[in-house]
Design a protein around this ligand. Structure first.
Ligand code: MF3
Ligand code: CO
Length: 278
């Protein structure tokens, strides 16, 4: 043994983070703060992810199966040098999550599930490009939908946009949650509590877990270089859910009510919060 040649460098950011931590704030570890080089690579992955969603948007139609959406995602992603992140992820069997009507999230595309007039569908696309991860989702509506369904989809989109607006460098994750939960509740809806967003970039799911029901000023400080998702699940009725016993993935609302979700992948910068994929 001996005194090693290990060099420990401490910079201004470390001191800032320690100071915040000493005051009781939750701060990210330095490993969660992406370097400029990583940010450039992750942005390429995110651009492909958005292009996949645009491709789905251009081809989705009444009468198609959700398995056809899966093929659109697989083919487009791989033709552009990417890998669909869900495929074989912890045993997930398909390339995309398709969550219809009363499905909260993690719906598995099926040859037997067809889009019909009145449906609302979340398509959640996640991409690996050159080893870097991206993730975003959109709602799609099929033909004429009920006023109730339309209102849920609209308010869920508004929730995410308000959450984004509330996100500020050196603010807190709870500021986003507060904006989302307040808007959802104002419309009589509930936000799912036990499933949330996540850090992303170097891995599919990184720290922190992102809740959308926590109070303003709580949870992790938003430090420039952090990347995470804003992806609340908004339910018409109860926020409670159950997981399909047969496939172990599909999450349904407990009361059979409708559920909607929109997901943005964001980067905290010195001056604001940038959407990388939506
Ligand atoms: N895109 C989902 C998320 O936001 C991924 C779920 S894991 C999967 O985290 F295997 F179902 F894709
Ligand atoms: Co996600």
């Amino acid at each position: 043994m001996g005194l090693g040649k290990e060099v420990i460098t401490v910079d201004k950011l470390d001191i800032g983070l320690w100071t915040l931590a000493a005051r009781g704030h939750i701060v990210p570890s330095r490993s969660l703060l992406k370097t400029p080089r990583q940010i450039a690579a992750i942005k390429k992955s995110a651009a492909l992810n958005t292009a996949v969603l645009d491709h789905v948007a251009a081809h989705i139609h009444e009468g198609m199966s959700t398995a056809e959406i899966d093929r659109l995602v697989y083919d487009f992603t791989t033709e552009h040098g990417g890998i669909p992140a869900p495929l074989n992820y912890e045993g997930f069997p398909k390339s995309v999550c398709t969550s219809l009507n009363n499905v909260v999230c993690h719906g598995i595309p099926s040859e037997h599930e067809f889009l019909t007039e009145g449906d609302i569908l979340n398509v959640d696309v996640s991409t690996i490009l050159d080893g870097y991860y991206s993730d975003a989702s959109r709602m799609f509506t099929i033909g004429d939908i009920s006023p109730e369904a339309a209102r849920l989809v609209r308010v869920t989109q508004e929730c995410v946009d308000l959450g984004l607006k509330a996100a500020k460098p050196w603010g807190h994750l709870g500021d986003i949650a507060h904006a989302i939960n307040t808007h959802a509740r104002k419309h009589g809806y509930s936000v799912v509590e036990d499933i949330g967003g996540h850090g992303i970039g170097l891995e599919f799911h990184e720290e922190p877990f992102v809740s959308y029901v926590t109070p303003k000023g709580s949870e992790m400080v938003l430090v420039p270089g952090m990347m995470f998702t804003i992806e609340p699940m908004v339910n018409e009725g109860s926020p409670d859910f159950f997981v399909d016993e047969d496939d172990d993935w599909t999450v349904y609302t407990i009361d059979d009510g409708l559920s909607a979700q929109v997901e943005y992948m964001v980067l905290v910068t010195e001056s604001g919060v940038e959407v990388l994929s939506r």
